[in-house]
Design a protein around this ligand. Structure first.
Ligand code: SF4
Length: 180
């Protein structure tokens, strides 16, 4: 069975890759994250993702030509409080599209690995998306391997980000510095 795995970053890809490889999936990893801000941060995460793909000997594609922050900002504009919904939708739809074009059997996302994401929202969005299509969404609660993935990423010495990705999450992460 062939699967497109949308990857948000290198560290979050490790455990899902391990699980899917053990289960015998043929993995195609996709890096599509126009939400990441700024570009230098995007490049650091992208390079860590490539390192992980090479480590696991997995075919991959970085959709750098589709790194279009304007698209992300247009989507969340005036609805920032619900921005994660639109952010997930944008990335999952692209992954689903790639899976359909490439005639894959399934698609999934490493967002399901993070303890900090809205897990059920991601799951419900993706399950709704595949309705009526030959491509299915593969749901797995990769959070079970949180510590395994974290340890492995430290051993590999790859870049580990300090905030979720968007400009808003960066501000939330470092806001306390403004008052110190
Ligand atoms: S906090 Fe994370 S998931 Fe939510 S909009 Fe920002 S980058 Fe996307």
């Amino acid at each position: 069975m062939r699967i497109v795995v949308h990857c948000c970053c290198g560290p979050c890809s490790i455990y899902p890759f391990q699980v899917l490889k053990e289960k015998g999936w043929e993995i195609f990893a996709l890096f599509y994250n126009p939400n990441i801000h700024p570009l230098t941060e995007y490049l650091q995460r992208r390079n860590a993702f490539i390192e992980v793909c090479k480590y696991f000997d997995i075919k991959y594609l970085c959709m750098d030509k589709d790194y279009n922050p304007q698209e992300y900002f247009r989507l969340v504009n005036f609805r920032e409080n619900n921005r994660c919904f639109y952010c997930y939708q944008l990335r999952l739809e692209k992954s689903f599209y790639i899976a359909r074009r490439g005639k894959f059997d399934y698609f999934t996302t490493t967002l399901l690995y993070s303890k900090f994401q809205k897990h059920n929202l991601i799951k419900d969005l993706a399950l709704d998306m595949r309705t009526g299509s030959k491509v299915n969404f593969y749901y797995y609660d990769f959070r079970e391997g949180w510590s395994i993935g974290q340890e492995q990423s430290k051993k590999m010495g790859i870049y580990r980000q300090q905030y979720c990705g968007c400009l808003y999450s960066e501000v939330e992460r470092y806001a306390k510095e403004l008052n110190s």
